[in-house]
Write a protein that binds this ligand. Sequence first.
Ligand code: FMN
Length: 145
Amino acid sequence: MAPSIDRTLWRLVYRSDSCIDHADTESLDEIFRTSVTNNRRDGITGCLALPDGKFVQVIEGARSKVGALMDRIRADVRHRELAVLDEWAIQNRLFTGWAMARPDPTPLNDQAFRIITRTGGGAQVTGLLSGLTEQTETLFRSGSW
Ligand SMILES: Cc1cc2nc3c(=O)[nH]c(=O)nc-3n(C[C@H](O)[C@H](O)[C@H](O)COP(=O)(O)O)c2cc1C
């Protein structure tokens, strides 16, 4: 029997244009604070990167929870032109332990940066952002952040 929609583990990746100036750290921090609180409650993991005036987010969790979160995110006036790059069923999470990681895209080379901001599909973007999140974690752990 197929697993119920609620038990299916799901990943969704989208990109949007930020209506918040990315120098406005207070407003950005507010998004992360809300996200971490709600995502812990809802069993959501993932990451949100802010390259070049855009938001690029990976969301993982029970399919119904991902859907409910996307309804809220789509209605949010702090961004526009939201495009879902891909969504698919997954066996395992890549962002375990991260209610919403904040990978820093600055170490990416030009090609990888273009993939994230313009050309990449969901799987490619997920791979790059999960690599960046691991790097961030390693730097934190080693105390060099
Ligand atoms: C780029 C972006 C990413 C967001 N990501 C999340 C998220 O991962 N989880 C979340 O709960 N809200 C997220 N939000 C906020 C939601 O749009 C919404 O404001 C919030 O979930 C409402 O939560 P509240 O009812 O607890 O205030 C995000 C908003 C933006 C603009």
